[in-house]
Write a protein that binds this ligand. Sequence first.
Ligand code: C2E
Ligand code: MG
Ligand code: MG
Length: 694
Amino acid sequence: MKDKIPMAIKILLVEFSATEIQQLLEKVGCQVIAKAATSDAALAFVRELVPDLAIIDIRLQGPVDGIEIAARMRASSQLPIIFISNTADKQTMARALLTAPSAYLIEPVESRQLYAAILLALYQYKFEEKTRKSKERYELIITATNDGVWDWDLKTDVIYFSPRWKSMLGYREDEIGTSPTEWFKRIHPDDEKQLRAELNSHINGISPRLEREYRMMNADGKIVWMLIRGLVVCDGQGVACRIAGSQSEITTRKMAEERLAYDALHDPLTDLPNRVLFMDRLSFRIEHTKRHPNEFFAVLFLDLDRFKVVNDSLGHSAGDQLLITTALRIQQCLRPEDTVSRLSGDEFAILLNEVHDISDAVRVAERIRARLVTTTLLGSIERSPTASIGIALYHNNYEKPDEILRDADLAMYRAKTLGRNRYQVFDSSMFAGAVALLQMEGELKRAVARKEWQVLYQPIVSIESNEIIGVEALLRWQHPQRGTVFPLEFISVAEDTGYIIPIGEYVLRTACMQAKAWRDAGQPHLWVAVNISARQFQHENLVGMVAKILDETGLKSDGLRLEVTESVAMQNLDYSALVLRELDQLGVCTSLDDFGTGYSSLGYLKRFPLKVLKIDQSFIQDIQVNKNSEAITRAVIAMARSLNLEVVAEGVEQVEQLEFLRSLGCAYVQGFFISHPLSELELSDVFEKQARKR
Ligand code: C2E
Ligand code: MG
Ligand code: MG
C-alpha cells in the first residue's frame, strides 16, 4: 500500500481520550504500542518499551498537561515528539517549542499530513543521532588524547577553550572566558611576539599550518610549556574565518630537554660551565672585543698544586670535596659577569670581563690565591689548598679562544716551575719556550733510538784521605746540532713524555758496567751513584730492573748507590719507604739528593733505610755569603751524625768551602774544586795516576 510506512513504527500515545488518532495511525502502518494518561506512565513506557516516536495531545488542560509531560520526557530522552493541538495560541506554541518537538499539528489531522510529519520526524531524529554520535566520539578522542582544544571564530573574535585547555593551566571551566585576551595575557612575554607572528603567517596563508612550542603562565603563576597546533578554515571566498586546533602540555619533556642541554655544558661535580661552554663564551667575548676595541678582558688558568697527592693519599672523595670547595671559593672572588669553568681534573679557567689593564687581572688572581689558602677540612685532615695561576690579557693578535687559553696555560706552567702557589702573567717568551719544548719532544725520541748519550762521572772524595771513594754518574745528551745538552734542560721533558724510563735504564746499565770495569782494574771499593727521577722511582719495576742490571753486569750491590731527591721521596711516604726497603734488601743503598730544598720533616728520615744525605749545593755555595746557609749546613751535618748517616756536600767550588766543611766534620765532598764531571777515559787516567803515586 502506497500510504503505508514499510516498517512497523512503534508509537506511544499520550493523553488521548479519543481513538480516531489510533485508527489513523494504524491506517498508515504504525503500531501503537502503548497509551499513557499520566506523566509517570509516559516516562515508564519510554524507558521500558523504547518507542520510535511519541504523539502527545495538548488539547486537555489539566494540572500536568501534554507539554509538561513532553518536557519531563526530554530530561532523559531524545525521543521525537509530535504535538497535536486544537489551538495555535502564542503562549501554548512558545511552551511547546521549548521541548524541541518534531512537529506541531493542528486539528483536524488527516492521515497524509500525519504520515509526512512522522516520516520527517524520524528522518530528522536519525540525522541528529548521527551528529550527536560523532560529536560524542570527537569529545571522547579529545579527552583520551589529553589535549586541550581551542576554536577561534575570526569573524566574531570569540574563542572556545575546552575544559581540558583550561584545566591544563589550573583553571576551572568558569574561570576563563571566550575572549582572545584570555589566551594572550597568559603567554610568556618572551614568546608572545613570535607566537602571534606564526599565527598571522598561517592565517594569511604563508605557512601551511600552525605548530609551535611556547610558554604560558598557569594559575599558580608557574611557567608551563605548551605545544600548540592549529589549522585555518576558509569561507567560500577563501578568506580565513576560523582557526582551531589542539594544545598539549610538554613541560616535562621540555624540562628533560633543558636538563640534557644543561648537562652537556656543565661539569657534574662542581656545576660549573665545562670546557665547551667556556670556549663558546670566550669566542663570543673575542668577537665582542673586536667590535669594541676598548673593552678588554683576561683569561686566568688555575691549576691546584699537588692535587694528585690529595687524591692518592686521602682518596677520591676528598679530592672531589677539594674541587667543589675550590670552585666555590673562586666564584666568591668573581663578579657575576665573569665565567669560571672546570676544564678537567684540577684545572679551572676564568674569563674576566671588563678588565682595564693587567693590574685588574692580577688583583683577582691574588684575591683567589688568598681565598684558596684558607684551611679546609678534607675528611678528617685540615689542608690549605694552593694553586698556580697563569694570566693572559687579551690583545688583538688573538683570533681564536684556544690561543688565549693556551697562553694562560703556559703562564700557569711557569708559575708551577717557579715554585707554585703564585700567579704568573704570560709573556711571549713563554710561547717560544713551549714551541722549543715541543720540538725537544721529537728530538728526544730520536735520541733514545740512536742513544745520543754520554755518561760522565764526577768524583766524590773523602776530605780526610783525599781519595776518590765513589763517582756520580751524570748524563749528557750529545745533540747532533746543539752539541752537549745538560740534563736540567731535558730531564723534565723526558719525565713528562715517559722517555725517562729507557734513558734511565741506559744510564744505569752503562754506569754499572763502568763501575765493574774500574773495580776490576784496581778500584775494588769504588761505587757509582746513579740519579733516579720521580717517574723512575714510581715505576713498578724499578727494583726488578736494578737487580737485573746488577746481575747482567756482574757488579756487586755495594758498588751501586741510587740518588733520589728529597721531593721525590716525600711524594708518597708509604710507597717510598717500601721501595727503599726493597732496595736495601737487595744491598743497594740510597742517598737523599739535594737535601734541604724540599719539605723536610725529620720524622720520615727515620722511617727510610737511608745511608747518605747530600747537602744541596745552594747551601754550600752560600756559606761565606749567608749566615743562614752556614747554620743549615752545620745543623744538617750534626743531625746526620745523630741519625748515623753519611753526609756528602755537593757543589764545593772553593777551598774556603772545603775548609769550613772539614771544620764541621763533614766526611765527603763533591764539586768543581775537586773535579768536574769526567768522561770514563779521563777518570781512568786519574785512577792510573793515583795508582802510580801509591
Ligand atoms: P744532581 O744529582 O744534584 O747532580 C749534581 C749537579 O751539580 C750536576 O749537574 C753537576 O754537574 C753539578 N755540579 C757538580 N759540582 C758542582 C759545582 O761545584 N758547582 C756547580 N755549580 N755545579 C756542580 P748536572 O750534571 O747538570 O745534572 C743536573 C741534575 O740533573 C742532577 O743534579 C740530577 O738531578 C739530574 N741528572 C743528571 N744525570 C741524570 C740521570 O742520568 N738521570 C736522572 N734521572 N737525572 C739526572
Ligand atoms: Mg745527584
Ligand atoms: Mg744534587
